[in-house]
Design a protein around this ligand. Structure first.
Ligand code: PLP
Length: 449
């Protein structure tokens, strides 16, 4: 019989039915006062977190393969991150970096500039959220080029404020009822190797997307001389963790230099070590003019950054700023986060990612409804299809896996229409990876019963 001493604290332990009584009561209160626009997949009411473990208000412990949606890369409440937050909060919480100077803001900008793909001088603008970084990048691209039009990709997600939403082309519910957005924004297909046309190779699929930009958009609605920037996720996140081949990024780079169009890499979900390198761009040698980062940058405190080639960021004082962007406490957390990423966590993400991928790679043969598994580092996906031949998407089966995993103590989320996404904290151990794989295998087998 298990005694409490024998229960492992690094693995899930469920002590009530789900949701438990305290969770149920809070969810009822929440339903009366919170915006119904939030998308809660299952009834998890969080009390505390440590590493990759989340405990709910009823004492149930879960293994977190969401990381607060790709945010808490250093694990929940990493002791070093907590210590620097406490130290900084006791010294200075706010002064507004838009109007005054403080040193850790400079130090983080220097660090991010040194980490940007491609090398060379960079300047950094700080905001609070992913969508703010995209808003800033839109304005900067327009200001720097004197051009107005923007290109983004279907399936892309860049945020939900009016400018970033104009680029987002993920789910129509995100736009429905909100009226007209920015004009001059056009979308092209994002190359999806799993969903190439019959007989097409991934490179041919990438070229089809490039031809769409040059032969359709440039010739009909978006003359290249009017295009300020192309916004692209180097590994599409909300769209279903899709990885185009390197050729796609080489060709975007060619288009950028041929037509003087800026390339913006949205690394808000894929960056900060998640893929086993600092940036997903690094896997494909993509060197953007502007890079956006948020989510994992400060281990859960609100912070975002726009890292641009220095000669582009020439906007004058007052052109763009934000009261809280670059808050000293968030900056301190970011410096500690990057330290942890560089010293051990990016390596762990790469090793654990390879380990998990090796196990998942057998799933399409083993499980009837798994069409594809893919990803880099700890940004991994399982795509569920009704039928492997037609590749018909199976959102209902995906939702069943997500809920079944929750009921077994594993937290995962969906992405795209029919994909289970795995984006755990980068601190996971081999035992935790095994638990997640065993659990998902049980859930996938369950679908076949
Ligand atoms: N860009 C990407 C690639 C994202 O994944 C997200 C959020 O999921 C955003 C932008 C928007 O970030 P935020 O929710 O912080 O506004």
């Amino acid at each position: 019989m298990l005694t409490s001493e024998l229960i492992r604290t690094d693995l899930p332990n469920l002590v009530t039915s789900l949701p438990g009584p305290r969770a149920k009561a809070i969810i009822e209160r929440d339903a009366a006062v919170l915006s119904p626009s939030y998308t809660r997949g299952y009834p998890l009411v969080v009390e505390r977190g440590e590493g990759a473990i989340i405990e709910d208000v009823d004492g149930n412990r879960f293994l977190d393969f969401n990381a607060g949606i790709a945010v808490t890369s250093t694990g929940h409440c990493h002791p070093r991150v907590v210590a620097v937050i406490e130290r900084q909060a006791a010294r200075l919480i706010h002064m507004s970096g838009t109007d005054f100077y403080y040193e850790n803001m400079v130090a983080l900008a220097e660090k991010l500039a040194s980490l940007a793909p491609g090398g060379g001088p960079r300047r950094v603008y700080f905001g609070n959220s992913g969508t703010e970084a995209i808003e800033a990048a839109i304005k900067l691209a327009r200001y720097a080029t004197g051009r107005e039009k923007l290109i983004a990709f279907y399936g892309g997600f860049h945020g939900r404020t009016m400018g970033s939403l104009s680029l987002t082309a993920s789910k129509s519910i995100q736009r429905k009822g909100f009226g007209s957005l920015l004009s001059g924004v056009f979308h092209a297909p994002y190359p999806n190797p799993y969903r190439c046309a019959p007989g097409q190779t991934p490179d041919e699929c990438a070229m089809a997307s490039i031809r769409f930009i040059e032969d359709q958009l440039f010739r009909t609605v978006a003359p290249p001389e009017d295009v300020a920037a192309i916004f692209v996720e180097p590994l599409q996140g909300e769209g279903g963790y899709v990885l185009p081949p390197k050729l796609f990024f080489d060709e975007l780079q060619r288009i950028g230099s041929q037509y003087g169009i800026l390339l913006v890499a949205d690394e808000i979900q894929s960056g900060m070590g998640r893929t086993g390198k600092m940036w997903a761009s690094d896997h494909v040698g993509f060197v953007p003019d502007i890079l956006t980062s948020a989510k994992a940058i400060a281990s859960g405190l609100p912070l975002s950054a726009v890292v641009a080639r220095a000669e582009l960021m020439t906007w004058p004082p007052g052109a763009h700023a934000s009261t809280f962007g670059g808050n000293p406490v968030a900056i301190a957390a970011a410096l500690a986060t990057i330290d942890l990423l560089e010293s051990e966590l990016i390596r762990n993400a790469s090793e654990m990612g390879d380990y998990i991928c090796a196990r998942m790679s057998k799933w399409p043969d083993r499980f009837r409804y798994v069409g594809d598994v893919r990803g880099r580092g700890l940004m991994l996906a399982v795509e569920l299809v009704r039928d492997k031949q037609s590749k018909e998407r199976a959102p209902d089966l995906r939702d069943r896996v997500v809920m079944d995993a929750f009921e077994r103590g594993l937290l995962v989320l969906g992405a795209g229409q029919n994909v289970v996404r795995l984006c755990p904290p980068l601190v996971i151990t081999r035992d935790q990876a095994d638990f997640a794989m065993d659990t998902l295998e049980a859930c996938l087998a369950n679908l076949e019963r």
